[in-house]
Design a protein around this ligand. Sequence first.
Ligand code: SAM
Length: 208
Amino acid sequence: MSLPDGVERRSFGGGEWLATEGDPVYGEPTAGGWRRWDPRRSKLGAMLEDGMDTGLEGGETVLYLGAAAGTTASHVADFAGPTYAVEFAARPARELLEAAEPRSRLFPLLKDARKPETYAHVIEPVDVVIQDVATRGQAAVALANRRFLREDGRLLLAVKARSEDVTRDPDAVFESVLGDLREGYAVRETRSLTPFHRDHLAVVAEPR
Ligand code: SAM
């Protein structure tokens, strides 16, 4: 699968890595203005590294749910269009604000992704919802935020099994999350993110 415009494979002294062009955020190696995008630290990075058909071309409007300190959201804002980054924990959100400082397209929102009505007034319709929230009810979060997604848009979701139920078999958790998700989305592709992220399932879906 082709990479989005603005994401390239570049050499960082020892192998080729995904990279985006922008200011560094988490101590990642840089070369000539490009920053290494580590798939072990980013579910979306792992999806691209694995060759999943994310549909990303570059320049899209993005709603990013579960931005944490902005590790992945900053890479996204390097190649996408306006990127609205929702994070509800104050501590990582402070670092997210720092990551946003040199990025005119990254808009941090200290909000709860389970309550989209609290940020509906600042978000425009988006081409892509990227979701990586470590919370129970990950399908419910995706369904609640479907309202922002254009009809021809995409959901790129990383499901963390342990956030749903630490005691259940991850595959059973994934089946149950996918079942709930199908209430509002058509699932196009799923893939395990092992070995980059243990017990995580990547999902590409479209609203229906
Ligand atoms: N996506 C990030 C990255 O790659 O840089 C890492 C995200 S981390 C695995 C999950 C994040 O989801 C945490 O920072 C957590 O605070 C956030 N989160 C969990 N529940 C949330 C909610 N209801 N609303 C917003 N953020 C939430």
